[in-house]
Design a binder for this molecule. Structure first.
Ligand code: AMP
Length: 199
């Protein structure tokens, strides 16, 4: 398997680059934000719980989020060539749990792609997305909170994965295709895997 994490602040382009990764490498996409938004749309109990945290820009508690991911992996990842994790892990305990969840399935995490984008551009992108898609947490107050949470709880994962030798920093500014080219180059160096269009 080829298992990748797309890492970065909210608005750094994880969703956009995930789409390219799944197409070029034949991987399965798991976006924990999308999983939660789907529960909210369907009005499930989990959706009701998730909505409270999401609307305040807070993270869903680790224990709950890890159980959800375990469940999604069980249902969706079997027999797949690999997985792109988008928006997970967001805390050190989630990163530890991911190691265990992949380990018990006889596989591991190969590379963490870190999309690095300056803060003012992140805010501009999320405000634009909020206008275009109506995404509820892309409003100025929740964006501010989400960035604060990112700095406190998620950004330590950069050091965590750097010390594991898995962190691949990518300049997340510029054209979508150029950013993807840097990602593909990094993946090839780190894992030997080539994108479909280069095979
Ligand atoms: P995203 O679509 O990845 O930006 O996620 C939207 C929101 O869903 C986040 O602001 C969190 O409230 C929640 N969320 C998504 N993934 C996670 C996660 N791995 N841990 C905790 N909360 C999450």
């Amino acid at each position: 398997m080829l298992n990748l994490v797309l890492f970065g602040a909210p608005g750094s382009g994880k969703g956009t680059q995930s789409e390219r990764l799944i197409n070029e490498y034949g991987l399965h996409h798991i976006s924990t934000g999308e999983v939660l938004r789907d529960h909210i749309r369907r009005g499930t109990e989990l959706g009701k719980t998730a909505e409270k945290y999401i609307s305040e820009g807070q993270l869903i508690p680790d224990g709950l989020m890890i159980d959800i991911l375990d469940d999604v992996l069980e249902k969706e990842a079997k027999g797949k060539k690999g997985v792109v994790f988008d928006g997970f892990p967001r805390t050190v305990p989630q990163a530890e749990a991911l190691k265990g969840l992949l380990g018990k399935r006889g596989t591991e995490l190969h590379c963490v792609i870190g999309l690095e984008v300056p803060e003012d551009e992140l805010v501009d992108r999320m405000l634009k997305r909020g206008k275009e898609t109506g995404r509820a947490d892309d409003n100025p107050e929740t964006i501010r909170k989400r960035l604060e949470v990112y700095h406190k709880q998620t950004s330590p994962l950069r050091d965590y994965y750097t010390s594991e030798g898995k962190y691949l920093p990518i300049n997340g500014q510029g054209l979508v295709e150029e950013i993807f080219d840097s990602i593909a180059e990094g993946i090839e160096k780190a894992t030997g895997e080539k994108r479909a269009s280069a095979r």
